[in-house]
Design a binder for this molecule. Structure first.
Ligand SMILES: Cc1cc2nc3c(=O)[nH]c(=O)nc-3n(C[C@H](O)[C@H](O)[C@H](O)COP(=O)(O)OP(=O)(O)OC[C@H]3O[C@@H](n4cnc5c(N)ncnc54)[C@H](O)[C@@H]3O)c2cc1C
Length: 409
């Protein structure tokens, strides 16, 4: 089977790329290994699809080549993504910068993309698992087991290897490297972190506000404020998600990785110590639980007291207690892994990709988009924005190229 353009992967970036290529008049075929396109899209934003963010800054992304991420976002950023979806009929709704469809249903975003694919007569083949790709003549040959496909331009939109059950299984990295691309080491990101301390089993289920600092070999490298969720394996919640990729790289490189949680981020240590001293005097002679009540989640406070007592072998001084309440440690032993990760950090090195159109600088006619590239965003719609931006640039350019080569042939 022969098409102008084949897109491997019917996820967010692949559907955007296919639409943009078909709008240029190219014949486009999407190959998708799952029974339906856009399975992951349906799971985004807890089913509500946080598809971009009004605060767009390159600092919200991790990549070895931030200047290239910026160049892509400067060409097709948040406003362009909202306009793209508005044209497809999606009314946007903003909540603290996070942008959702007004329906608050990810299915609306997927439906709008599907309707446009249908209108443009893009062919979608599902349950087709690509096994390998190779450059052949002036185009590419795609091996899908029992079938071979040929195209003039190829768009790799296979995603990373996060949440495999939703489709992406890491095969895109193999295809890109078989075509000569370098892969920046890939780790899970936007996921929970497993901690070595036994206290986490006792804290499972508790949620509390804190500032979380990520420390690599004793040095603070990042900090985020928000709700921490304790789990029997360790810690989760948005602040943990935001640092999880960097933590995974730290572990991969053999560093000591620790998270410190400050449960009283608005108070200095001195203020907290003063407060605890006054409280201790006020409740002197009363049962210990009177002192403990009403400061933090009861169980968390109790565990803080226990930790200090164990260390001090007796009733703690308030200084020690304040220290643990402002520096509650989690020694990170492992990331929660790909199955629970929302994205992958690392991927195809952007130094080998043109930021103007996501075309490979090694193979003309090959385009690489989405999570497969070495760029991952923090929580808040940044990863889908990256998928739309790269999909738009690659699809438009590949479509135009096909059109131009018809005219010259
Ligand atoms: C639970 C969850 C919630 C999320 N929430 C948000 C959110 O609210 N906002 C946000 O910005 N980001 C969110 N993300 C991240 C976001 O979904 C991804 O960054 C984005 O979907 C990546 O798009 P992509 O097109 O690169 O890859 P994907 O969407 O993963 O699509 C890749 C597609 O390629 C197909 N494929 C892979 N290999 C092959 C092959 N060999 N042959 C054929 N097909 C293949 C896969 O089946 C898949 O359909 C979330 C992720 C998860 C898991």
């Amino acid at each position: 089977m022969k098409s102008d353009i084949i897109v491997i992967g019917g996820g967010a970036s692949g559907m955007a790329a296919a639409i943009c290529a078909a709008r240029q008049g190219a014949s486009v075929l999407i190959l998708e290994r799952m029974p339906k396109v856009g399975k992951k899209l349906l799971a985004t934003g807890n089913g509500k699809c946080n598809f971009t963010n009004r605060y767009m800054n390159v600092k919200c992304y991790h990549s070895r080549r931030p200047e290239r991420v910026k160049a892509v976002l400067d060409t097709f950023g948040q406003a362009a993504a909202e306009a793209f979806f508005s044209e497809l009929g999606i009314l946007a709704k903003e909540k603290g910068g996070y942008v959702y469809p007004n329906s608050m249903q990810a299915a609306s975003v997927l439906d709008a993309l599907r309707f446009e694919l249908e209108r443009l007569r893009v062919t979608t083949r599902t349950n087709v698992e690509v096994q390998g790709v190779r450059a052949k003549g002036k185009g590419f040959q795609i091996d899908a087991g029992e079938e071979l496909f040929h195209c003039r331009r190829l768009i790799l939109a296979c995603g990373g290897r996060a949440s495999q059950k939703l489709g992406s299984n890491g095969s895109g990295y193999r295809f890109a490297s078989s075509l000569g691309h370098s892969i920046v080491p890939v780790v899970p990101a936007l996921t929970g972190l497993k901690a070595g301390e036994r206290v986490y089993k006792a804290l499972a289920g508790i949620r509390t506000e804190a500032v979380l600092r990520l420390m690599i070999d004793g040095k603070t490298v990042d900090a985020h404020r928000g709700e921490i969720q304790f789990a029997d394996y360790g810690i989760s919640g948005i602040p943990v998600f935001q640092v999880s990729g960097q933590a995974a790289y730290g572990l991969l490189e053999g560093h000591q990785v620790q998270c410190m949680m400050d449960f009283f981020p608005d108070w200095s240590s001195e203020t907290l110590i003063r407060f605890l001293k006054e409280r201790m005097n006020r409740f002197q002679g009363r049962p210990g639980e009177v002192f403990e009540t009403g400061l933090l989640n009861r169980k968390l406070m109790h565990e803080c007291m226990k930790l200090v007592k164990v260390r001090e072998n007796g009733f703690p001084g308030v200084e020690k207690l304040a220290e643990i309440m402002k520096h509650f440690p989690a020694t990170i032993v492992e990331s929660r892994g790909y199955d629970f990760a929302q994205v992958c950090a690392g991927g195809v090195d952007l130094k080998e990709i043109s930021p103007a159109d996501c075309e490979s600088l090694l193979h003309p006619g090959l385009y690489i988009v989405g999570e497969l590239l070495d760029a991952d965003g923090i929580c808040g719609g940044y990863n889908l924005q990256w998928a739309w931006s790269t999909g738009y640039l690659a699809g438009t350019a590949a479509g135009k190229e096909c059109h131009a080569s018809y005219r010259t042939n």
